[in-house]
Design a protein around this ligand. Structure first.
Ligand SMILES: Cc1ncc(COP(=O)(O)O)c(C=O)c1O
Length: 449
């Protein structure tokens, strides 16, 4: 098979640079540009830029195209729906694709209890709504979230988000009644350095630790919900230890606190299961999904226990565009593709392939501090040296830039900007994945030397 990457110009080429000049005068600088290319076409795991360069995409629109760019089933379903109608507003006129998708999500999300789902436009909007529902059901004001978390850019989700710059700096005041506890980040756990380690179990995973933590920050009986990413996304692809999640879920149950799982980045097969919750035998009270739910169309969902979801009064939930029919048609086709093509199984295989390459690099480069992730949601954490574990964001950026020049699109992550994360489509053929990993390996070698 010939290589997928074909470069006709330097990256960025002249056509990309020309669009970036126009962008700079028309679009505010606050909207970031992670790569310097202008895209004209995308298919599967391949992106073509305005200069005719073909690049491999390991970013997947930030975890949105687990089914690949322009999955044929998704394209057909959207085209068919477009021929019928594009918008009527679900709260005004009911249509089947919305109801069918709600039924489907109620069925495929963890737990066999009765569930209900409503649909929104973005992950942040869905989290806002999940908290609204939890507050209404419990009659409690407080929400507990985590250090290193990312939940979005609206006011409440900025408050729930941990990273100050760029997400919060200058944007306050933030929503009240949001309390933050440490995320079980084993590689950087201060106690692990003093003997206990992740191999010996998570040092945060015990009931008295949780009681102490809550005693110091908020009365559990005033907490509506705990909002958690089971594997951090923007925060650095850190999977929580299973025992920690079990303890926390039991603590939440004991105190009548709802568990909201943010599966926006972990969902739809990425971790080798349909939802990361399944790795933890966790049945969240509410599960929030977006990103790969609709294969590139703006759609998010809040799915939860029926009695919880029915708490808010009529008219309290909804919106003009939430559950747009084109996006619903796309999502139904995405779920079909995930099932038929067994993408969670494929994610597990991809994850093994990626892990074995990453572990090899860890033996060759002192800068690779940690290799981690569930399924295909894999990352490398780069440090100055393994003893100090000092984050190395400069090296991370150098690897990303070197990869970009060679035709590979990659993303960083982490509170300290020193994590390289992979979000390649789960449909990426094995040789294309290998080709991309080869480029990443060359880029890492070039950057460390
Ligand atoms: C875990 C997680 N939650 C929430 C969000 C916010 O989603 P959106 O950008 O669709 O608002 C993101 C986006 O990256 C995310 O990764």
């Amino acid at each position: 098979m010939p290589p997928v990457i074909q470069l006709r110009t330097e990256i960025p080429g002249p056509a990309s640079r020309a669009l970036f000049e126009r962008r700079a005068s028309a679009v505010p600088r606050g909207v970031p540009a992670v790569t310097p290319i202008a895209v004209v076409h995308a298919e599967g795991a391949v992106i073509t830029d305005a200069d005719g360069n073909r690049l491999i995409d390991f970013a997947g629109g930030i975890g949105v195209v687990n089914t690949g760019h322009r999955h044929p089933g998704v394209v057909d379903a959207v085209r068919l729906q477009l021929e019928r109608f594009a918008h009527v507003c679900f709260p005004v006129s009911t249509y089947e694709p919305y109801v069918q998708l709600a039924e489907r999500l109620n069925r495929i999300t963890p737990g066999t209890h009765p569930k209900k789902t409503f649909l929104l436009n973005s992950g942040a909007e869905a989290l806002e709504n999940a908290v609204k529902v939890a507050r209404h059901f419990t009659g409690r004001p407080a929400v507990v979230c985590f250090e290193h978390a990312f939940h979005g850019r609206t006011n409440l989700t900025m408050a729930l988000t941990s990273k100050v710059s760029p997400y919060k700096k200058g944007f306050g005041p933030f929503a009240p009644e949001v309390y933050r506890i440490p995320f079980p980040y084993c590689y950087r756990c201060p106690e692990a350095r003093h003997g206990a380690s992740d191999a010996n179990g998570c040092c945060l995973a015990n009931r008295s630790r949780l009681e102490q933590m809550f005693a110091a920050i908020v009365d559990p009986t005033s907490v509506a919900a705990i909002v958690m990413e089971l594997q951090l996304g923007e925060g650095g692809f850190v999977p929580a230890p299973k025992e920690y999640v079990s303890e926390l879920a039991a603590f939440a149950r004991q105190h009548g606190i709802l568990f909201i799982a943010d599966e926006i980045q972990t969902g739809f097969g990425r971790t080798g299961k349909l939802f990361a919750s399944e790795h933890y035998d966790l049945v969240p009270d509410i599960i929030v999904t977006a990103k790969s739910l609709a294969g590139g169309f703006p759609l998010a969902a809040v799915t939860g226990r029926a009695e919880v979801m029915d708490a808010p009064q009529v008219g309290g939930l909804g919106g003009t565009y939430g559950g747009n029919p084109l996006a619903c048609a796309a999502a139904l086709a995405v779920i079909d593709a995930i099932e038929v093509e067994e993408l969670p199984v494929r994610a597990m295989r991809m994850g093994e392939q990626i892990r074995s390459r990453f572990c090899q690099w860890a033996t060759e480069h002192e800068a690779v501090g940690d290799v981690r992730g569930l399924g295909a949601m894999m990352a490398l954490e780069l440090v100055r040296d393994r003893g100090s574990k000092t984050p190395n964001p400069e090296l991370t950026q150098a690897v990303l830039s070197a990869a970009m020049r060679r035709g590979l699109i990659l993303l960083a992550a982490g509170t300290y900007g020193n994590v390289i994360r992979l979000l390649a489509p789960l449909t990426t053929p094995e040789p294309v994945l290998e080709e991309g990993l080869d480029v990443l390996e060359q880029s890492l070698k070039a950057a460390v030397s």
